[in-house]
Design a protein around this ligand. Structure first.
Ligand code: SF4
Ligand code: SF4
Length: 278
């Protein structure tokens, strides 16, 4: 079973939920697809066994063949090429490797060369298989790395995917193919706003989902009213707890010190399993 853990905004406790769930069940593989800011490994401290570079093809421009016609820049919808009357510049960090500029160039001034966009790390933290991606500093295209991380999914395991926050392309790529998605939110107006966006994405993707309310005793009841109105199950509530916060600040997943929460996460897993098998 593949369970993705997502949230409409950052800082809701999404990674904490993913890690604590991973530590509460058996036969787990956890993938960190939040490749701009991977944090799962900070909590699980895996022993890294393999590091693999991720490369894409980007244009290589031979300026001696270029007549500065500007057709490549006109074609590129990501503004990765700039052409003036006597200069051409490529912003490789913006390139999405579509190859279109090469096709439209009338003088064959454009070829392609490999460009490193990130790395995928694989390792083990006790019995948990940990895989995480990391985007190269300054690179803006995260989706390729997410795809590379997900190529390593082992369906014989209980797979947990920590998604990037928000509702952009890398988030959709991370959630794609999941059997179930957990949306982590907070009972605040911002939490509700971002939850609504995340819900509309999941409805569009037709992936079953439920909500975990973090810091459930702070804020107001509007998230609950919304979930009730939309018939969205609240899977778990995690109240604000000084002990949880302290453990978090020391990088310790709270199920390791609070056994009752391990039970709660196990129950959560069983509930999800039942919903998926329905
Ligand atoms: S390969 Fe595509 S995205 Fe990259 S510079 Fe060329 S047209 Fe733009
Ligand atoms: S399309 Fe080719 S010739 Fe025209 S500006 Fe781009 S690289 Fe130069």
């Amino acid at each position: 079973m593949v369970i993705s853990v997502a949230s409409g905004k950052g800082g809701t406790g999404k990674t904490s939920v993913a890690v604590n769930l991973a530590l509460s069940i058996e036969n787990v593989q956890i993938l960190d697809c939040d490749v701009e800011e991977p944090n799962v490994h900070l909590f699980l401290q895996p022993e890294i066994e393999k590091v693999e570079g991720v490369y894409t093809l980007i244009p290589k421009i031979d300026e001696s063949l270029c007549n500065y016609c500007g057709k490549c820049a006109e074609f590129c919808e990501y503004n990765a090429i700039f052409v003036s009357k006597d200069k051409i510049l490529l912003f490789s960090e913006l390139c999405h490797s579509c190859g279109g500029c090469k096709l439209v160039c009338p003088t064959n001034a454009i070829s392609e060369e490999p460009h490193k966009t990130g790395s995928v790390y694989s390792g083990k933290s006790k019995d948990i298989e940990v895989i995480y991606g990391e985007l190269e500093v300054g690179d803006a295209v995260a989706t390729n790395i997410v795809r590379e991380v997900k190529k390593r999914i082992d369906k014989s395991k209980n797979v947990i995917i920590d998604c990037p926050p928000g509702a952009s392309c890398p988030v959709i790529e991370s959630i794609k193919g999941s059997d179930f998605c957990i949306l982590v939110t907070e009972p605040t107006p911002f939490g509700l706003h971002d939850l609504k966006i995340a819900v509309s994405v999941l409805e569009e993707m037709k992936i079953p989902f439920g909500v975990i309310v973090n810091r459930s005793d702070l804020g107001d009841k509007r998230v609950y009213d919304y979930c009730k109105e939309k018939n969205i199950p609240i899977l778990l509530e995690i109240p604000f707890d000084r002990r949880i916060a302290e453990l978090y600040s020391r990088g310790i997943p709270f199920v390791l010190e609070m056994d009752e929460w391990k039970k709660n996460f196990r129950k959560l897993f069983e509930t999800i399993k039942e919903r998926v098998q329905k």
